[in-house]
Design a protein around this ligand. Structure first.
Ligand SMILES: [Zn+2]
Length: 696
């Protein structure tokens, strides 16, 4: 075995400074260990990479040792640890059972909820414990503790002890030299506090044993949420193979958390590897000046091609919901690699679609959460913009504009159902709109997106618009005119995601979305005015859903390969949905020129879309037969039947519109030309008919 592993077993904290040699006793032969050897061992421990740069340098070696001495989380938060692996000395009631003692778990609203916000012991003495069965010999290196999540109660554990066992009969305490170690717990209910053990211990079971807690007369229970850090011991004889969940991906991607600088580097490297199909651009800046980078992937980057639909993924609008960011970085690497390899599915997708990936809409928030790290950033740190704005409530509320108009307007034919303009008060300088939100709105207005998804984290569910309820109900099913297609879109992602679609999974926090097949109307979950999805649907042609990717907002780096595996198919198949329904070009019958801004109306669906600059349009639709009408100013409208099939390509439905005589006259007059005979005749006829009609 490698020497550095023995040192790691000491689990000692080493002060690292670049100009001072580390404690001499710690090194010995490890300096000569080859990089390849370390890397191999690192992989065996479930890490995907290590940051040491050279093995000849003492300082670098210490860094490797330190990251090894801090083992990854067992997965109380990520649910990798199952409910059956958690036990407790006692619990107050079912909703506060040991299975609720997970870092960052969120309680339901009601007091007495079956999904409550911690494990709480039934008794209040120093003999209470929460036990975790790691299922196999594990080197435990630390515990992360958090108080109870509740709006009604305040419960925190101030100090605690830790015990280990191999059989749950004999327990040995975690020591600090010759004394039993007492660890600092929490001072508030939400901030996670890490305690690293002085000596790491190999065992199968670990107990967290509270010693002091908030007490106030009859208030103050022993309640906690926790995560345990531990490395499963190497298993050379594959004794535990049957219970080992996969930790690897078959794809060779850069699986780690990328901060702003590292994200830039990765995007640059993808661009250099695939210069013909990629382009990096920025849509604006965050409050602190970080750029909002987009990776465009298409066979003709930088150009809109006639008939080719535009797709976007947006991640990280809540900066601490970090998985979406990494998945989009994975996705760009993957598309580049597979395109070069000639993977037909990817080649087809890239050639037929213009894909835009925005991995970080809120880079300021992300940097805050990243600095604390995946386990210690808690539930809300980094969610908001630097100014404290929640970007998912920050888009112009067009729903209210629409609903007010429906209430007040007696002539229904005067109501609009799409392309709602942004209210003036929203665009004013004083409006409290984040620069990031403004940048995304500009982006939406400049590129004719057809389909999008907004990647979040902290739950496992796909939500579709509307996100806002009518009449301010806290929660109410509020469908759009495209309800059935949105349900299809949400289902496409949810049913192909390997975690969501697992019928045996337990709910993340306080709502069982499995009961709804992991999809829900946004407003039916909770009311969100000013959401990006609603804005996208009401202001542009683009349909957008929200994907909540995982129970854990900021999964540990070691989880990233598996999360990619869980989501790869969903991310691909969702993008392919941009090719459903009908598409075509609206042209002038005489000149064949494309007509921009033509309105495409589908009978029975009270939501129109419009053609873009060259007259091309896309109308997402489920299979079926539709009466479709194209109309444009100065033209006679034209209606035709378009049939949508089950295949993965759209039905072509082109329109050729005839100019109205009035418009032809206008055009001629504008050019200063002479009016041809046939048009004079036609106009006279029209005038006569009009007069006649007025008389009757
Ligand atoms: Zn979110």
């Amino acid at each position: 075995s490698l020497v550095y592993e023995d040192i790691c077993a000491l689990g000692r904290k080493v002060q690292v400074s670049s100009n001072k040699a580390p404690e001499p006793g710690l090194f010995g032969a490890s300096v000569t260990t080859s990089r390849a050897e370390i890397q191999q061992d690192f992989k065996a421990k479930g890490f995907s990479s290590f940051k040491g740069k050279s093995t000849g340098n003492n300082t670098q070696m210490v860094k490797v040792l330190l990251s090894l001495s801090e083992c990854p989380p067992l997965g109380l938060e990520s649910l990798k640890v199952k409910d059956t692996q958690l036990k407790a000395s006692s619990f107050k009631r079912r909703g506060l059972g040991p299975h609720r003692g997970r870092l960052n778990i969120q309680s339901g609203i009601e007091d007495g909820d079956i999904y409550d916000g911690a494990w709480c012991a039934q008794y209040r003495d120093k003999k209470q414990w929460l036990e975790v069965d790691a299922l196999r010999p594990t080197r435990f290196t630390g515990v992360i503790l958090q108080g109870r999540n509740s709006i009604w109660s305040w419960d925190v554990v101030y100090t605690y002890k830790v015990q280990f066992s191999n059989d749950t009969l004999v327990w040995t305490p975690c020591m600090n030299g010759t004394e039993e170690a007492v660890f600092e717990g929490n001072q508030n209910a939400e901030t996670p506090v890490l305690a690293l053990f002085n000596t790491s211990t190999v065992a199968r079971y670990i107990r967290i044993n509270p010693q002091s807690w908030y007490e106030n007369g009859t208030d103050g229970d022993i309640c906690l949420r926790a995560e345990v850090l531990g490395c499963a011991l190497p298993d050379p004889n594959n004794i535990y193979a049957w219970q080992t969940e996969p930790t690897e991906s078959k794809d060779k991607l850069d699986f780690r958390h990328h901060n702003y600088e590292e994200m830039r580097k990765l995007m640059k490297s993808v661009n250099e590897a695939c210069p013909d199909i990629t382009r990096i651009y920025s849509i604006g800046k965050s409050y602190t000046g970080l750029k909002l980078y987009v990776m465009e992937i298409s066979d003709n980057p930088g150009k809109h091609e006639l008939g080719e639909p535009e797709f976007r993924y947006v991640a990280g609008m809540h900066g601490n919901e970090a998985l979406g960011r990494e998945l989009l970085l994975n996705l760009m690497e993957y598309l580049c690699q597979e395109y070069k390899r000639g993977d037909q599915r990817v080649v087809h997708l890239v050639k037929e679609t213009r894909i835009h990936l925005l991995p970080s809409m809120n880079p300021d928030g992300y940097e805050m959460a990243f600095k604390k790290g995946s386990e210690l950033s808690g539930w809300a740190l980094g969610r908001y913009s630097y100014e404290g704005i929640d970007m998912n409530h920050n888009f112009a509320d067009l729903n209210s504009v629409m609903w007010k108009a429906i209430e007040l307007e007696t002539d229904k034919s005067k109501l609009i159902n799409h392309y709602f303009p942004i209210p003036e008060q929203y665009t004013s300088e004083e409006a409290f709109v984040a620069s990031e939100t403004r940048a995304v709105i500009n982006w939406m207005q400049n590129i004719p997106f057809v389909l999008s998804a907004n990647l979040h984290g902290g739950e496992l569910v796909v939500t579709y618009p509307y996100d806002m309820t009518r009449d301010w109900a806290p929660r109410e099913h509020t469908p759009t005119a495209d309800e059935s297609f949105f349900r299809w879109l949400a289902t496409v992602y949810a049913s192909t995601n390997q975690v969501m679609s697992n019928p045996d999974r337990r709910p993340c926090h306080n709502k069982d979305f499995l009961r709804y097949n992991n999809i829900i109307n946004g407003a039916d979950w909770h009311n969100v005015p000013g959401s990006m999805n609603d804005f996208s649907y009401l202001h542009t042609n683009c349909f957008e859903v929200t994907v909540e990717l995982s129970c854990d907002k900021f999964p540990h780096a070691s989880e990233l390969p598996v999360e990619w595996e869980n989501n790869r198919e969903s991310l691909l198949v969702y993008m392919e949905q941009v090719h459903r329904g009908i598409k075509g070009v609206v042209r002038d019958k005489d000149t064949e020129a494309g007509i921009a801004d033509a309105v495409i109306k589908v009978d029975d669906i009270d939501h129109h879309i419009r053609s873009v600059a060259d007259g091309d349009y896309w109308r997402l639709l489920n299979p079926g037969e539709y009466q479709v009408t194209a109309s444009a100013e100065g033209y006679f409208p034209s209606t035709r039947t378009c049939r949508v099939m089950y295949e993965h390509y759209p039905t072509l439905c082109d329109f050729r519109l005839t100019k109205t005589p009035k418009q032809r006259l206008k055009d001629i007059l504008a050019r200063g030309g002479k009016i041809p005979k046939d048009l004079q005749l036609r106009l006279r006829q029209l005038r006569l008919r009009k007069k006649k009609n007025q008389r009757t």
